[in-house]
Design a protein around this ligand. Structure first.
Ligand code: BGC
Length: 749
């Protein structure tokens, strides 16, 4: 522990004060500058700052303005672009902005969701790592690359809680748990924004989609959300608040309506909660066209009505609706929108442009030399490989056929994804126009082939396509399997089957892939299945019959190497599912932190008059927090330093974990709590801590968790954040369904 003498302490306090004052003074200067500029702007120029369009790169939504934006930029009618890629292109657009009357620089936004040139695993996969430092590093690298390419602003992180794997966008978030999701949201914002905005390796984060988009009814994208206030505050809002606490510069609203009010027109969400109670001082961008979509929602009569609803609600920037550009001027002239509302939105945006240093040098992010250097850093690839290996979840290994030996073996590597290249990137990857991805991405085939040791042979057969009914490749696949010592099958979705607008009503393994696995299994050879997907899939037969299963999600540029690292044991898997895997679509929404109900089923039996199904058990195929290792771990000696806590007391609980396996590995120890009786019903368990611990074979280590009042708090009967006295169950385990140690304690006041 660092101990300071009184002189040092005074010195530190003075330095801290000076730092705070400098920051304060800097903010004040930026504010003044923004204010002075605002005074010089015409209404049209102000509206321009609130207007954003997509550029030349792949459109990520329905384009509303056909034609060239040059004139609009030159005329000061456009303040921000998205989908303009590369230092040269962003510079070229910026040069046009510099021809406008007030020379206000453009902002360039981009969906940098899981990497820029170097693609990292999809966010849901990264969440499986439960490794906050690695997640922050991944966002940091993405920001470094993107910022060198002229991007000022990423539309990430998506922090929507998702309990419905039919929804294609589960791939983009951190899964079903609000507490874990909050930690990850915080880490990602820190990663993107780096030390401070204004540094040329930092991009503004966008926390999206505000709010509750992840609860779209029936898992259908863009669908309505009907949700209680309790659910909203307890489950869906916390990750947004955590991202805000991390300093997120911007928020994006959402396509969905929440209880009948489209999010883009919701004063409650944007003005009351975000800018009011939470004091958010950045700006809110609409989702793509979401302001205009208030017309088909049936909330606004026309685009003019939509613009009015959106500006009143606090949507500061209009992405691709044309609604502000076409109608705000007349709404102001007619006195329907007070000039102060317009000014508030413009001020918020200008402040960020000043903070980024764009008025000092509008081209400071568009530096082709830095871009070249930053986009080709070997360290970035290494980090992507580490992250990818950390994201792979071992679901089964029985009998223990993994890790495989790299030498002296014939391996049949079969399936439609073995030689796939771009699929490995998953949805929402940035594909730069001048990169040859066939060379940049390590396919699974290449990764495994490069790893083979002496005397080993790799056989290949595609077997079948991802989708479709053709079985004519089965014969060749079975023949390859028969010649092999072990069969590795790579199946799943194509990358394009998850992501935005990629909801699926049936989430089984597509096409005849599970039949292919059955045919290979019939050979009697040991079968390892790799499942590539952007969501939890249902594969009950495979779960029961395959000998080993690795859930590989989409792992990015280094997919093949990371898969080989895990298959051959260079990396001992330690990832855990951040989302429950159902046995059938009928169980959805399925999540571990549900209520008990008045008639809970006991141990998955199908008792009469109990809260179960008559045709299926309640439990998921794989629960939240589940994931195996090549080692085994034992938990023992639970101790806690007190039985009762009061006020601001902290309870420390410790335990011993031993590696009883033959390989060194990480165990992810999870702490769950249950508030037995409260003024409102509490979940059967809630994750409130996790610790990763590395252990050599035979090694035992002690670890501890500290529990304080904050972890026991929830939104009480009156939706106030508070802890209530009473008994709590404490559960420590290897997953939400594998509790190894239990105790209890009491909060007395
Ligand atoms: C998505 C956003 C995304 C935006 C810009 C929308 O369709 O919902 O998440 O940031 O497009 O690409």
């Amino acid at each position: 522990m660092l101990v300071l003498d009184s002189k040092q302490a005074r010195h530190c306090a003075a330095a801290l004060l000076l730092f705070t004052l400098t920051l304060g003074a800097k903010a004040q200067t930026l504010q003044d500058k923004a204010e002075r500029l605002l005074q010089q702007m015409t209404v049209e120029e102000k509206i321009g700052q609130l207007t954003q369009y997509s550029g030349d790169w792949r459109a990520t939504g329905p384009v509303t303005f056909k034609g060239n934006h040059e004139e609009g930029i030159r005329g000061g009618q456009i303040g921000a672009m998205l989908n303009v890629l590369g230092a040269n292109s962003t510079r070229a657009y910026q040069q046009i902005a510099m021809q406008s009357r007030l020379k206000i620089p453009l902002l360039f936004g981009q969906d940098v969701i899981h990497g820029y040139k170097t693609t990292f695993p999809i966010p849901l996969a990264e969440a499986a790592s439960f490794d906050l430092e690695a997640i922050e590093r991944s966002a940091r690298i993405a920001a470094t690359e993107a910022a060198a390419s002229g991007v000022h602003w990423t539309f990430a992180p998506m922090v929507d809680i998702a309990r419905d794997p039919r929804w294609g966008r589960v791939m983009e978030g951190a899964g079903e748990d609000s507490w874990l999701g909050s930690k990850i949201a915080y880490a990602r914002v820190k990663g993107f924004q780096g030390r401070q905005l204004g540094d040329t390796d930092a991009v503004m984060a966008t926390v999206k989609h505000f709010a509750a988009y992840g609860a779209a009814a029936a898992g259908r994208d863009y669908n309505s959300v009907d949700m209680s206030e309790r659910m909203l505050w307890e489950t869906y809002l916390p990750p947004f608040k955590a991202a805000l606490d991390a300093g997120a510069a911007t928020f994006m609203n959402a396509f969905n309506d929440l209880n009948g009010i489209p999010a883009s027109g919701s004063q409650y969400l944007q003005r009351e909660i975000l800018k009011g109670r939470w004091g958010f001082s950045g700006f809110v961008v609409s989702d793509w066209g979401s302001i205009g979509e208030m017309v088909p929602h049936g909330y606004a009569k026309d685009a003019r009505g939509a613009a009015l609803a959106a500006i009143k609600a606090g949507s500061d920037m209009d992405m691709e609706s044309n609604a502000y550009r076409n109608h705000l001027g007349s709404l102001i002239a007619d006195g329907l929108v007070p000039a102060t509302l317009l000014d508030d939105a413009v001020r918020r945006i200008l402040r960020k442009k000043f903070e980024l240093g764009l008025f000092d040098d509008p081209y400071r992010f568009s530096d082709a030399k830095r871009e070249l250097a930053m986009l080709n850093q070997p360290a970035h690839r290494q980090a992507a490989r580490d992250m990818a290996a950390k994201s792979i979840v071992l679901l089964k290994n029985k009998p223990r056929i993994l890790p495989l030996s790299a030498s002296g073996k014939t391996i049949a590597f079969i399936g439609p994804l073995v030689k796939a290249v771009e699929d490995n990137l998953g949805a929402w990857s940035v594909k730069l126009p001048d990169v040859d991805y066939s060379k940049f991405i390590v396919s699974q085939w290449e990764g495994v082939k490069n790893r083979l040791g002496p005397g080993s042979k790799l056989l290949y057969a595609k077997g079948c396509d991802i989708e479709g009914e053709r079985r004519d490749g089965f014969k060749e696949a079975v023949a390859a399997a028969l010649q092999a010592d072990v069969v590795v099958v790579s199946v799943g979705e194509s990358a394009g089957m998850s992501g935005e607008a990629k909801s699926r009503a049936r989430i089984g393994l597509p096409g005849v892939q599970e039949e292919l696995i059955k045919a290979l299994h019939a050979t009697g050879k040991p079968i390892v299945v790799l499942i590539n997907a952007g969501r939890p899939l249902i594969f009950n037969w495979t779960a029961e019959h395959a000998h080993a299963i690795l859930y590989t999600w989409w792992l990015g540029s280094e997919a093949g190497n990371a898969i080989a690292d895990v298959l051959f044991g260079a990396h001992n898997p330690s990832a855990r599912l951040p989302i429950s895997f159902p046995r059938a679509e009928g169980q959805i929404p399925i999540y571990y932190n549900h209520f008990n109900t008045g008639r809970p089923v006991s141990a998955d039996t199908q008792d009469a008059f109990k809260s179960g199904y008559i045709d299926l058990q309640n439990s998921p195929q794989y629960p939240f927090g589940f994931g195996l290792s090549y080692s085994d771990f034992e938990y023992a000696d639970l101790k806690q330093d007190r039985q009762k806590i009061a006020g601001q007391d902290k309870l420390t609980v410790s335990l011993k974990v031993s590696n009883t396996g033959r390989l060194a590995g990480d165990e992810l120890v999870q702490l769950y709590l249950r508030d037995r009786v409260a003024s409102v019903v509490r979940p059967v368990k809630e994750l409130r801590g996790f610790r990763r611990i590395h252990l050599q074979p035979g090694q035992t280590r002690e670890l501890s968790f500290v529990i304080d009042r904050e972890q026991l708090s929830f939104f009480n009967e009156r939706l106030q954040w508070a802890a209530e006295p009473g008994e709590f169950d404490l559960m420590i385990g290897a997953s939400s369904a594998d509790i190894r140690l239990r105790s209890s304690f009491e909060l007395t006041e």
